[in-house]
Design a protein. Structure first.
Length: 193
């Protein structure tokens, strides 16, 4: 019963953004860069915000033939990501820096998707089956991601500090490269019980 509860928790409970209607997801890829047209959701952030990004790291699990498998994905949720389209009239081309800022939030989610895959793979290599350990690893990576998102917004003043924004972009590209091995390794299998 504990196994089923854990699987339900992973499948339903550990997603950063939840949609109430059918989701339109854009999976993270190195070649795709967000466009303002991708931001289709209602305003869902502070009143001063011109944009918010909903990037969902989702951990799904399946339990078949005494084997637990995890699938970890990162998607931009268009219907929950917001952009004040009237800002184009007010700010014009200067909004490209803001779009770059939002892209880096999506990149931060990808970095933590890779960290999640690596972390779950490490646990599976220990040749043990401990649901609480898996759950702790997953929650730990979610916490790390939230802390990095907050630090990123603070250090860049939500994208207004161009030099800091550029430094974060370089740092993230370097970190993503370090974990490139975990870009497409979606499926992680746990040892049999």
């Amino acid at each position: 019963m504990k196994t089923l509860a854990f699987i339900a928790l992973l499948t339903l409970g550990l997603v950063d953004c939840f949609a109430q209607e059918e989701e339109v997801n854009i999976p993270w890829t190195p070649s795709y860069k967000l466009k303002w047209e991708d931001f289709q959701g209602p305003k869902n952030g502070p009143s001063w915000a011109l944009a918010t990004t909903c990037a969902s790291i989702e951990v799904k699990s399946s339990y078949v033939d005494d084997s637990l498998t995890f699938r970890v994905t990162n998607n931009f949720i268009t219907k929950l990501s917001f952009f004040d389209h009237t800002a184009i009239d007010r700010f014009g081309d200067s909004l490209s820096d803001l779009l770059s800022h939002e892209q880096l939030h999506f990149d931060i989610a990808e970095l933590h998707t890779r960290i999640m895959r690596k972390s779950l793979l490490e646990v599976t290599s220990w040749d043990m089956f401990d649901l609480e350990l898996y759950e702790a690893r997953i929650e730990s990576v979610y916490d790390l991601r939230n802390k990095m998102d907050s630090l990123y917004d603070r250090e860049t003043a939500n994208g207004l500090l161009k030099t800091n924004q550029d430094e974060w972009g370089n740092k993230l590209q370097s970190l993503l490269l370090e974990l490139e091995t975990f870009y497409e390794s979606n499926e992680i299998a746990a040892p049999k019980q």
